[in-house]
Structure formats: C-alpha cells, structure tokens
Write a protein that binds this ligand. Structure first.
Ligand SMILES: N[C@@H](CCC(=O)N[C@@H](CS)C(=O)NCC(=O)O)C(=O)O
Length: 236
C-alpha cells in the first residue's frame, strides 16, 4: 500500500493521476495547507521540505522499511520504476521524458506558481512581478506548444513527462491565460483529459480551485502558507 499525502493542486494531481494510470493500491491522506497540516514535526519526517505531495511506500522497491519519497518529479520517477510503466526503456524516449520532466519541475511549475502568487494572493498593484512571471509562463507555453507541434506527446509516447505538465497546463486559466492561444498544447491537453485515469485522478477530494478569483485568506491561513507560521515550522 502506498500512502499519499495529498492536496488537490497541480503537484498533487500529478501523483493521483499517476497512481490511477499504473493501478497500484494507494490511500490518499487529505492535507489542508490552509490549516497548516504540512507544518508539523511528524510530516517533516516524511518530507524534510514540508510541502505536498509526498508518499510513503510500505512495500518499497528493494524491500526493507517503508520508504518516504518527496518532490512530485521524484515520486513520478519512483512510481514509473516500481510499476515499469510510463517511462520508456528506449534510451532516446527515456531521455526525452526526463528532460521534459525536469523542464516542468524547474520552470513550467515554479514560474507559473509565482504568477499565481502575485496575480491571486499578493497585495494588488505589483506590476513588475506580475508581468515578469506571467511573461515567463507565456514563454514556457510557447516552448510547450513548439514541442507538441512536432510530437503527439512530450517524449513521443504518453509518459510521466505529460503527467507532470498536464495539471499545470490545466491551471493557466486561473491566471487569465487560455489554451486557445496554444493550439498544439490544446490538442494534447484534450487528448489527455479524456483518459479514464486522468478523470479519476483529478476527481479526488475537492477539485482544484481553477477560478481566477483572488482567494480570501484569514490572517492565520496566510501565515500558514506565506508568513510566520510557515517560517516557525519545525525543521528536521
Ligand atoms: N517542487 C515541489 C513543490 C511542492 C509544493 O510547493 N507544494 C505546495 C502545494 S502544490 C505546498 O505544499 N504548498 C504549501 C505551502 O506552500 O506551504 C513538488 O513538485 O513536489
């Protein structure tokens, strides 16, 4: 059994989709980041970085004690290795999948994440960071569109690279961008959205809040996410 410390965000959905795709038994543990569920000493034993998602595999590859894995990209690689699915053994495709997975983890997720922060959570009127991170997200969408104009999937066949990037393509509407402006991304997005495992993997717990409205946070909730409570959380 694999326990998944889960929140219904793009990074969380990568793991719920992957587990539905490969069919390994798992159990989702709902973590409420607004309440600070991720700030506890116990959770730091599972993820020293205190973020979601994280998994604990009670029957890990190689046997032995339960294995905790954090960082959504590392979790996708681990699950691909464990299941023998969604990461090709062909060296060229395998490398392509790894490259696009790293691209998502280093660029498409973090840059868009900052765009969400400055457009939806930070005090209004900060045009420099809003422009900076929205422009970077647009640039990355153009890169994605270019790749998907030359191949059906990021590594030519459906893989963990698509599972990593798809939930972040799904989130662009919340920062006022549209897939209509990226035709190849749109085609790829719709093809993946129809997969039964993707439908099941995104229909877990509460749906991600994809509304472009600015969430209203209490002082306590803001502190858990971005302020003193987050800074004061125990480290491992
Ligand atoms: N690079 C990490 C990012 C993890 C991350 O930032 N997770 C968010 C939810 S998507 C989180 O835990 N937020 C709580 C917080 O910011 O304190 C990954 O891909 O797993």
């Amino acid at each position: 059994m694999i326990e998944v410390y889960f929140t219904p965000t793009p990074n969380g959905h990568k793991v719920s989709i992957m587990l539905e795709e490969i069919g390994l038994p798992h159990h989702l543990i709902a973590m409420d980041v607004l309440k600070g569920d991720h700030l506890t000493a116990d959770f730091r034993l599972i993820n020293p970085n205190g973020r979601l998602p994280a998994i604990v595999d009670h029957k890990p590859i190689g046997g032995g004690a339960p294995l905790a894995v954090f960082e959504s990209g590392a979790i996708l690689l681990y699950l691909a290795e464990k299941s023998g699915q969604l990461l090709s053994n062909d060296p060229r495709r395998r490398s392509q999948a790894q490259q696009w997975l790293m691209w998502q983890m280093a660029s498409f997720g973090p840059m868009q994440g900052q765009a969400h922060h400055f457009i939806r959570y930070a005090p209004e009127g900060q045009t420099y960071p809003v422009d900076r991170y929205r422009n970077e997200t647009v640039r990355l969408l153009n890169v994605l569109n270019g790749r998907l104009s030359e191949a059906d999937y990021l590594a030519e066949e459906y893989s963990i690279a698509d599972i990593a990037a798809w939930p972040w393509a799904r989130a662009i509407s919340a920062i006022g961008l549209s897939l209509d402006d990226y035709p190849a991304v749109h085609r790829w997005f719709e093809a993946i959205a129809k997969r039964p495992a993707v439908i099941r993997g995104t229909d877990v717990k509460n749906a991600t809040n994809l509304s472009s409205a600015r969430p209203v946070l209490s002082e306590e909730q803001w502190s858990n996410l971005f302020g003193k409570n987050m800074l004061d959380a125990p480290t491992r």
